[in-house]
Ligand binder design. Sequence first.
Ligand SMILES: [Cu+2]
Length: 158
Amino acid sequence: MRKSKTVNIIHRLLPVVLIFLSACFSMVRADDVIVVRDAWIPEAPPNARVIAGYMTIENRSSRKRTLTGATGDHFQKIELHRTELHGDIMKMVKQETLEIPSGGNVTLQPGSYHLMLIRPDSVPKEGDVVDLELQFDSGYTLSVNFIVRAATSGRIKR
Ligand SMILES: [Cu+2]
């Protein structure tokens, strides 16, 4: 009697467990197609109130992905910016989102898109690693380690 009860419970729970497991696997499948490379932060003066974050985001999925924001424990807030030339003046313009086309990639780099890390608890130094969470439109978050490099040597060479 006891045994069949246990079996019954397992039978009843099995579909739930399977649905849960397949949801987990499909989440992994859906989200492991975003790859971030060359994540770095140029070293800033110790009193800097904002610092920049750069990286290349690659989208290996079959549909476009949209970066909607980022968070980090040691910053008051993080915005997505784009440096634009207005006449003779370089301006940073806040962006709500950044689209990464299917099968393509977008590079955040000096003079273009960047993460603006606002009011750090303390300004990281060359060699430090800063952990940030990137948020995408699917609700997916990706943890990325940004390496702090000397500002002059940090540019990505092509
Ligand atoms: Cu900015």
